[in-house]
Design a protein around this ligand. Sequence first.
Ligand code: LLP
Length: 391
Amino acid sequence: MEYINNELHFGPSKKKLSSLCANYIRPIYVYDLDFIRSRLKQMAEALAGVRLYFAVKANPNPQVLQCLKSAGAGADVVSLGEIKRALESGFLPEDIVYSGVGKTRHEITEALQLGVLQINVESLPELERIGEIAEKLGKKAHVALRLNPDVSIKTHPYIATGLRDNKFGMELSMIPELTTCLKKYPNALELVGVSLHLGSQMLEFSGYQEALMKLKEVFKNLQKDFSSLRRFDFGGGLGVVYEKQDLELEARLLKEYAGITLEILSDLKCELQSEPGRWLVAHAGTLLTQVQYVKRTSAKTFIIVDAGMNHLIRPSLYEAEHLIKPLVKSAKQIKCDVVGPICESSDFFLKDYEMDEVKEGDILAVMDSGAYGYSMASTYNLQELPLEVCI
Ligand code: LLP
């Protein structure tokens, strides 16, 4: 984001945002598809040889998905809804990796009938369920075991997934039972992979490195029993910098992450898979919202806007900070709380925030909201969902 002649411009190709607001009626998520393409290219180059499956939950907008598909990505999905959206957006069943802890019988049946590439299994009863259903259908399910290495990463506790007390993945001590189950269904279950996902918004990689080393050994041991084992899926989770725009720092972090990954996994000589979400789309999206009131109390100045926690829940849920800038720059600064219209005190974007002075009717950009923005939006208070526009 950058001001040119006092007007806010978006993304590396500096697209002017004000032209989108001529007929403004309600908040708009704007996605820059060129930016998404360039992020995918950058990540694919750093992780050379790795197949990237975009985590659809981060941004299931059909045009975003079409863009990623045509640029060479696969799709990582966690529900039948996401499978359908991916297929409608041009992905083929063989582009789809299906993860998630709670797959229902109906979802598994549909996924097997469609022939998705791989199902990442999260528990012994799920493996048993897949075996049973596949046998009945006369299909062979290609499964990867999502293992939980009991390793912690520095992130918000709500988005950490690789610890013993998280519901995700399976403990390494389960492997004998998983092996027995796999062998019980030789015609219905084919073990193709091992998978891992430690959590999201990872900016420091010591825990990740430890987990890869642990699972590399597990992979080698499992291969002795299962010659079909040929893929290592190291999940998603690479973080972005929200506090300021620093694409160079992110490029360095990407290099470090890719270096660790490839150094540890390359000699397995297997197919490598990754499931990035946030890193590809977070910066490529911004939420435009209109100032409704400037409300001054003895304690604070509140800038009340028409977007709220219903449109972007990350600040309320994870204390995430998304920078906010008005589309037109002003010379004067104010200190304010930027808040939404929802009847909850947790409905805020930023508190005690130094921002250019704004007035009723001005449009603000809530930055870096291309990941987990619209996809987590709701109609709470019966507010309408925001609009989405791709540029
Ligand atoms: N793979 C699996 C199995 C996942 O559960 C996730 C995210 C990803 C890949 C993609 O992770 P990413 O590369 O985007 O970090 N709503 C939260 C983030 C939740 C992430 C859930 N799983 C937020 O807004 O920060």
